[in-house]
Structure formats: C-alpha cells, structure tokens
Design a protein around this ligand. Structure first.
Ligand code: CP3
Length: 346
C-alpha cells in the first residue's frame, strides 16, 4: 500500500477519507515510555542506536494512533560529521562547543562525512518494515538557515545577533556556510529516502526571526535548492517554521509541497498566503493541550472548519508538544479529528 497512505495523499493534495493527523514532537518527554528509555540513555545515544530510535518512533505513533511516524532523531546531528561537537545540557538545550564565527571556521567545516549519519537511515528501515506502508514515514532535517543559526550562535538564541552579523558583514562566508549545509543535508535526506522515508520535513524553526527582505536575500535560495533536491528523489517535502506569517508566500515559492503553519494566524488565512497550489499542515497551539476538553475540542474544530475539508490539509500542532502535556489530551485530539472525519461521511 506504499504510496497510498492517507497522510501521503494529503501531502499531494489528493482526496482522503478523513484528515490525517500527527504531532510535532510526538515522541518526547511528555510521554512516560520515552522518559523510561531516557533514564537509561542520552538523547544522542537513542538517535545513534537504530533499534532504540525505531522503538521510540513506533511506540509514540502507536500509542497516539496517528497517521504518520516521524523518525526519532535531532536537528543537530549533522553538525557532528561537519566537525562541530555539541551536547544537550539539561534545561539549556543544545550547546555547540566551538561555534562558527569567522570565514576560516566556515572553511574548516567538512562536507564529506554525511555517511556517518547512516544510523538514522537504519532506524527508518526498521520503522518502514514495521508499518509496511500503513502509516506515513517522515524523515527530516533542519533547513540551512536554522542549522546555520545553531552553528553560529552555539545554541538557542533570542536575537540571532551573531548569525545576522555574519549574514550582513561577511556574505561570502555566509553563502559558503549555506552551500556546505545544503550539500550535507541533501546527502542525509537521500539516505533517509532510500531507507524508506515517504516524506521529508525540513524544519526552518527559527526563520521567523528574519524580515522578508532578509529571508529573500540570505535564506530563501538555499532552502529552495534543498527542497528541489529532495523532490527530485521522488518524495514530497513539508517546509515548516514558526512566526512566519509575513514569510509564507516566499516560503511557498521554494516549491515545497506542504507548508507548516503555526497557530498565530487562522489556518485559512495562512493557507491563502501560501496559495492553493500547496498543502498545509497545522495549526493548533500546542499549549491548548493543557486546556479542558471542551476548550480543546472547540479549538480542534476551529482548525478543521478553517480547512473546510479541502484536499491537502494535515492536522498538526503549530509547534512541538511541550513537556508536561497530558498524553490523554493528545489522544483525545486524535479521536476528535477521526470523529470529525466520520461525521462528514455520514
Ligand atoms: O517525535 C519527535 O518529533 C521527536 C524527534 C525530534 C527531536 N528533535 C528529538 C528531541 C525532532 C523532530 C526534533 C527536531 C528539532 N530539534 C528541532 C526542530 C523542531 C522544532 O521544535 O522546531 C529543533 C529546533 C531541535 C533542537 C533541539 N533539540 C532543542 C532546541 C532541544 C532542547 C529543547 C528541549 O525541549 O529541551 C532538543 C532536544 C530534544 N530533541 C528532545 C527531543 C525529544 C527533548 C530533550 C531530551 O529528550 O533530552
């Protein structure tokens, strides 16, 4: 049934029996099964052991009853074969030990070791063998801008000052950095597609920190090249960022099949900005999952009403599930989306 899953059909804007649903960060600390695995292994250990990564991926998807499984990995993994060591520090998020700050730092980055990321492909093979085409299998990577921002800032950031300094002051170093990232990410995505990923999601999580002009000048081309390279591998691409309301038409111009929308504008407005030639994914506020069920249900219906049953909507959150989210509320949303689909057919 490969090529026929409800999720994949929606990515291609084909009619579906009901709206497909999955969640950003569906495997994570809010889920007890994941916390149990994390007691014995670090995040990076889980990522690097295909058996464990596949198990975490499958457990989350099955526990929630969603239509797609996103491979358990992390955005920052490609930094290591490029020559940058990083770690996740409790409560602080990722820390890159020697951030990229100069043209020589960029020149020193390696692009010939993407093969070292093969452990992600091995995990995808296991997930694909498990689900056999019944669920969509999502591979992913960071977008060039967002990964460059981690490399330069050395971690999460509020204002992206160092990143923008390199953009503005040394555009040739910046361009070389993005070029190197596109080379490594293209190879990494190819491994994932060959291993059985049906779709690739490109996370440009922090691109909303850019003005439209700066997005056009410093980020768009590299994203577009990556999107097109992945599409040539024969799979659709989901391109996602947050706080992107002002960037949506330009993000859609990358040619991505699906654009991920955050919750800060109604889904129909976001879809209008993206254009009818693209599918959309989103866009419930993840913190709504802490609300009483009546409030949650009203918000879920609001998203579905805004999508109005048009082909090419994938129900999701506007950003990832946060720690502490009640898992039964996530399951309730899956039920609500499925029941709404059933009602439409009656
Ligand atoms: O089901 C899934 O989505 C899990 C797979 C996954 C992880 N990271 C595992 C993870 C995915 C798709 C990611 C992507 C990722 N990683 C993004 C893009 C998504 C987004 O949120 O916009 C980003 C920006 C990162 C970088 C990253 N990884 C940060 C900033 C952090 C720390 C934040 C925090 O919540 O502590 C991580 C850690 C991380 N990656 C966790 C998980 C489940 C939680 C920490 C842990 O288990 O120790």
């Amino acid at each position: 049934m490969t090529g026929e899953s409800r999720f994949l059909r929606a990515c291609l804007r084909q009619p579906v029996d009901r709206t497909p649903v999955w969640f950003l960060r569906q495997a994570g600390r809010y889920m007890q099964e994941y916390r149990e695995v994390r007691r014995h292994h670090t995040l990076v250990e889980i990522c690097k052991q295909p058996e464990l990564a596949a198990d975490v991926t499958i457990t989350a998807a099955e526990k929630l009853g969603v239509d797609a499984a996103i491979i358990f990995a992390d955005l920052l993994l490609p930094l290591e074969p490029m020559g940058l060591d990083f770690e996740f520090q409790a409560g602080e998020g990722p820390v890159v030990h020697r951030p990229v700050r100069s043209a020589p730092d960029v020149l020193a980055l390696r692009t010939d070791r993407a093969g070292e990321l093969e452990y992600v492909a091995r995990a995808i093979e296991k997930v694909a063998a498990h689900f056999r085409g019944q669920l969509g299998i999502i591979g992913f990577c960071g977008a060039p801008f967002t990964l460059a921002s981690y490399m330069i800032e050395g971690g999460s950031s509020r204002s992206y000052i160092e990143t923008k300094k390199m953009m503005y002051r040394d555009p040739s170093a910046w361009n070389l950095l993005l070029e190197k990232l596109v080379a490594v990410l293209t190879a990494y995505c190819r491994q994932q597609v060959e291993a059985g990923a049906d779709v690739i999601q490109i996370f440009d999580s922090w691109v909303g920190s850019l003005s439209l002009s700066d997005y056009r000048e410093y980020a768009f081309e590299a994203s577009k090249r990556l999107v097109r390279a992945v599409q040539e591998m024969g799979v659709p691409v989901i391109y996602f960022g947050v706080e992107t309301a002002g960037l949506l038409p330009q993000m859609a111009a990358t040619g991505a099949d699906v654009i991920g929308l955050d919750w800060r504008q109604p889904l129909d407005e976001g879809w209008r900005a993206v254009g009818a030639g693209h599918a959309v994914q989103g866009n419930l506020d993840p913190v709504t999952l802490f609300a009483p069920l009546e409030v949650l249900e009203e918000r879920v219906r609001e998203v579905l009403r805004a999508a109005a049953g048009r082909p090419g909507h994938i129900f999701n959150l506007g950003h990832g599930i946060v720690p502490g989210t009640p898992v039964e509320n996530v399951q309730a949303v899956v039920r609500m989306v499925k029941e709404a689909g059933n009602r439409n057919r009656e």
